[in-house]
Design a binder for this molecule. Structure first.
Ligand SMILES: Cc1cc2ncn([C@H]3O[C@H](COP(=O)(O)O)[C@@H](O)[C@H]3O)c2cc1C
Ligand SMILES: O=C(O)c1cccnc1
Length: 358
């Protein structure tokens, strides 16, 4: 079996016994039932994913930022030059990006992985290289990558998840960097959910009306050229869809999520890039979703579409539209708090608190 096949085979759905135990446990804690709102569901979800109640504390967290470039950048879909991808990788390695500040705030490690930046990087501490090409091909002209490239990068994502867990991480957070990657994200979301590009495509880094209109047409064209816009679309496998309109960072994030899930380590998803990559991961192994927490909901309209399709409820809604893992990192303390409750809060019995009358 390949590493990808092994990983897919190892992913289990949420354990029904642990889910039931966690729900019953929550109802015995010294608070009115349901008083912790959506946080109760997070704790129950992590118990199901870990197959034990209470679930292990999801700390420390490790952020992996997967970086790559996009052939579709040539279609004028981002106001930023492609060099910003490699320049921001330098910034991550120097500790100067927002993701570094948020990682420091929550005690997360930061790993940067080049899975297909256009430029070549000099080796540096904290940088892993899993480059399969100097950027994807332009998806408006044909598939963005080959199936072989998609598998190689999925396996890089799996390997990074395995390494970080072997080093002690108990929660994985997805991160991305790749100028033009909100265009590939929109195309993936349309392909996996059947939604129209006009409903899904957003302003990314903040494009003007004219560029947004062009971006929508570019997504439409990419779907048409790759046979993903008609009734035949669903005949394409998740791997083919990912290869046709995804980016290398999407493939890597999909692998990272699958890798975490296969080890029963929870994965906090960041924004629209992570959401679209998670659709691909779920296409490969539907049970992977049971191991994911949606960190936040980004301002990019396609993100809500992706989360609804995955059945995930975002924890934080701050109109962030940055990526890098920033929204996922902000959610980490909430996920920890949800689990800590299961470890530390007394029950009505143990604390001698009278329960409400029936
Ligand atoms: C300085 C800078 C830092 C970033 N950090 C994340 N992104 C985010 O913006 C890009 C996607 O937006 P679009 O599709 O509009 O190009 C990605 O690189 C994403 O990670 C950044 C973008 C910029 C410019
Ligand atoms: O949702 C995101 O992660 C996002 C949105 C806009 C630009 N970059 C990333």
């Amino acid at each position: 079996m390949t590493i990808l096949e092994q990983t897919l085979a190892a992913i289990r759905p949420a354990d029904p016994g642990a889910l039931a135990e966690a729900r019953a446990h929550h109802d015995r804690l010294t608070k009115p039932r349901g008083a912790l709102g959506a946080l109760e569901e997070v704790a129950v979800r992590l118990a199901g994913a870990a197959a034990v109640n209470p679930p292990p504390m999801p700390a420390p967290a490790a952020l992996a930022i997967f970086a790559a470039d996009h052939g579709v950048h040539a279609q004028g879909v981002s106001p930023w030059p492609q060099e910003v991808t490699v320049q921001m990788v330098g910034n991550f390695l120097a500790g100067g990006a927002v993701a570094n500040a948020f990682a420091a705030q929550v005690g997360a490690s930061v790993t940067v992985v080049d899975v297909g930046i256009a430029a070549d990087l000099v080796p540096a501490p904290g940088l892993m290289v899993g480059k399969v090409a100097h950027g994807t091909a332009d998806m408006t002209l044909g598939p963005a990558m080959t199936a072989e490239q998609a598998v190689a990068v999925l396996e890089t994502g799996i390997a990074v998840a395995r390494d970080l867990v072997a080093q002690g991480a108990r929660c994985l957070v997805t991160g991305d960097m790749g100028i033009a990657n909100t265009t590939a994200s929109a195309a993936l979301i349309c392909a996996f959910t059947g939604q129209d590009p006009a409903e899904v495509t957003g302003r990314g880094t903040g494009v003007d009306d004219e560029t947004l209109a062009r971006k929508i047409e570019v997504v439409r064209r990419a779907l048409r050229v790759n046979g993903l816009d008609g009734p035949g679309a669903s005949a394409l496998s998740a791997l083919e869809t990912l290869a046709a309109v995804g980016g290398f960072e999407h493939a890597a994030i999909a692998g990272f999520v699958l890798g975490g899930a296969s080890l029963r380590v929870p994965v906090i998803l960041d924004g629209v890039i992570a959401g679209s990559a998670a659709l691909a991961a779920a296409g490969l192994a539907p049970d992977v979703v049971d191991h994911c927490v949606a960190g936040h909901r980004s301002a990019e309209p396609g993100h809500a579409v992706a989360l609804a399709h995955l059945g995930l409820r975002p924890l934080v809604e701050l109109e962030l539209r940055l990526g890098e893992g920033t929204g996922g990192l902000l959610a980490h303390p909430l996920v920890c708090a949800a689990v800590r409750v299961m470890h530390e809060v007394a029950t009505f019995d143990s604390a001698g608190v009278t329960e409400k009358e029936a």
